[in-house]
Design a protein around this ligand. Structure first.
Ligand code: G6P
Length: 595
């Protein structure tokens, strides 16, 4: 998704903007640009990576205020002309925008009729023209009037030659202000400014901020408002690669620590159990788990866990589908799971749920995110900043939150619960074993690398693990991968099996074991090569599968943790051998802020 940054202070804005933009690269983008104000405005943009933009920047772009953008194309192809910033007719106003202007065509027609000329295909370009139309000496006022005409979602920064401040505004798209010392920053994401400051203000919908080097003024419908200043606890060190070739590998290797930190926080009274999730009765009544992408796979695992340990049915929904259901949405409690806390479909679903009077708990990784502010209750995962587009450690942290909820309010007896908590505390060590055993996984990646199509199968609580394994492989290695409930493969998909379609089978030591063995035999009979994930000590599967990846024994409910980590490594090594840009997969975005 698009990322936006702004700077105003005493230093040269260009290098700062480019550095801030480099921290937004993992959001996914196809073009980028900056505009710097030093007397006149200079705009420099292209359909290239940030590094390439920096290398081709003409010398002499000077100015101590500026705005920058990474664009993820929605309206118009990735190109120099469609890249942001966009300007007005007179070349005095420039705008960067994240979001979608739904009524841009109507506005464009109107403005064209009034003599404004457009050069790009973007929806964004109407904004500088609207601001130009309404400007009469007060930029913030012109922005406010312009935005009154706009229908859609936006986080914008507007800069005008000769005006002393930058103007920022948001609606349904995140925007923060970073507070510095005689300098201030604006960004769509906190990591963009962490090299310079850890003090931030989160703008709310309909806020308009006027940001100068010394001051930040926020207004809402013309009246001044006070927005709290937050101190961010993540450091930039947390977000750097720390010697790993890719953020994804670093984040995979951080998982033992993430599990330890999460258990520590949840278990050792940093937050008392009741404080964390609130009263148990609403969770044991009718419950909905809602999410997108990888977080949805965590929700699916949560369903198995909670149904098993609570003994009550739990519904899961993809947020993007839930928003189009007409049925009665009343449930006693909804849990939304969202790493970023900014996924548009999730936020839309939250609005719908809260509107229907349903209390919503958000499990999120980002403090101050929109979801965290919209939810009645927030449970933070302890993954730290996740930079790679492919979610890894945030997923494992989400599982830990769900395990904690399941154990907290389960109907099982105390000794059984203590036993599970003990096993949960062994997970960091078990995950470390998977990481240390990566030579076999590397070898399996060598087997997958030349194929175009793969299937991942699992049953029960490991069905979502198969889905997640397939998602990881396809998103970073570009190999077509489908995750299947193992029992479903024979209802159609068998037609695609054969020597050219390997199958990765996730075999757990639970009541699905025998059925998985039968499934593997059926797959082998159709000549598909089989890579099986099995628990240590299993002798049987090795006789059926072509290759076996062994993971440590755990209680079956925790098997998704070790199995997922093995599949993350499998995807990583496959993508690496295929030479893919692992941290920046094509066409993808870390946080999808449009629906
Ligand atoms: C994007 C990311 C995925 C992520 C999904 C949901 O598609 O690329 O990795 O799982 O959004 O994101 P969320 O922040 O809501 O968990």
């Amino acid at each position: 998704m698009c990322g936006i940054v702004g700077y105003i202070g005493e230093k040269q804005a260009g290098p700062i903007l480019l550095n801030c933009l480099s921290w937004l690269e993992c959001r996914g983008y196809d073009s980028c640009g900056i505009a710097v104000a030093g007397g006149d405005l200079t705009v420099y943009k292209n359909a290239v990576r940030v590094k390439a933009l920096e290398e081709t920047l003409p010398p002499g772009i000077k100015g101590t205020a500026g705005i920058g953008h990474t664009r993820w194309a929605t309206h118009g192809e990735p190109s120099q002309v469609n890249a942001h910033p966009h300007g007005d007719c007179a070349g005095k106003i420039v705008v960067v925008h994240n979001g979608v202007i739904n009524n841009f065509q109507k506005l464009r027609q109107q403005l064209s009729g009034e003599g404004h000329s457009f050069i790009s295909e973007t929806d964004t370009e109407v904004i500088p023209h609207l601001v130009e139309k309404y400007y009469d000496g007060d930029l913030a006022k012109a922005v406010a009037i312009a935005l009154d005409e706009v229908v859609g979602s936006y986080a914008i920064i507007v800069m005008m030659a000769g005006e002393p401040g930058l103007v920022a505004a948001r609606k349904d798209s995140p925007l923060i202000i970073g507070i510095g010392d005689r300098e201030n920053y604006i960004a769509s994401d906190v990591p963009a400014v962490l090299d310079y400051t850890n003090r931030v203000i989160y703008l709310e919908d309909d806020d308009i901020g006027v940001i100068t080097a010394d001051d930040v003024k926020v207004t809402r419908q013309g009246a001044g408002v006070d927005r709290k200043r937050h101190r961010i606890l993540w450091s930039m060190e947390d977000a750097r690669k720390g010697g790993y070739g890719h953020f994804m590998l670093k984040e995979i290797h951080e998982q033992p620590k993430v599990i330890r930190d999460t258990i520590q926080a949840y278990l050792l009274a940093e937050e008392s159990t009741e404080d964390l999730f609130g009263p148990g009765d609403t969770y044991r009544a009718s419950m909905l788990l809602l999410a997108c992408g990888t977080s949805y796979h965590a929700a699916m695992i949560g369903k198995y866990l909670l149904e098993e340990l609570f003994g009550t049915p739990v519904r899961t929904e993809l947020a993007s589908e839930f928003n189009y259901h007409g049925y009665n949405i009343a449930v006693d409690r909804a849990i939304v799971i969202t790493q970023s806390g900014e996924t548009a479909d999730v936020l839309k679903a939250m609005k719908r749920l809260t509107g229907a009077g349903c209390p919503v708990t958000a499990i999120t990784n980002v403090m101050g995110s929109t979801a965290s502010r919209m939810a009645q209750r927030v449970v933070y995962t302890r993954a730290g900043p996740e930079i790679s587009v492919a979610a890894t450690k945030s997923f494992i942290a989400q599982l830990m939150a769900l395990y904690w909820l399941a154990l907290l309010y389960s109907k099982i007896d105390i000794s059984q619960r203590d036993n599970l908590v003990t096993k949960m505390r062994q997970l960091p060590g078990k995950v470390q074993q998977v990481l240390d055993n990566d030579a076999v996984i590397l070898k399996c990646a060598g087997q997958l690398v030349g194929y175009d199509h793969t299937f991942f199968v699992g049953r029960g609580i490991n069905f979502p693990v198969a889905m997640e394994g397939a998602l990881k492989l396809k998103e970073i290695s570009y190999i077509h991968a489908e995750g299947y409930a193992a029992g479903e493969l024979k209802h159609g998909t068998f037609a695609l099996l054969g020597r050219e379609a390997p199958v990765v089978a996730v075999v757990a030591q639970d009541d699905t074991y025998e059925a998985m063995l039968t499934g593997i035999k059926e797959i082998k009979a159709r000549h598909s090569p089989v890579i099986a994930l099995v628990a240590e000590g299993d002798e049987t599967v090795g006789e059926l599968a072509d290759t076996v990846i062994t993971v440590p024994q755990t209680d079956a409910i925790f098997s998704p943790v070790v199995n997922t980590v093995a599949l993350q490594l499998l995807a990583y090594y496959t993508a690496k051998q295929r030479g893919c840009p692992i941290d920046f997969p094509r066409n993808l975005a870390k946080s999808v802020t449009v629906d």
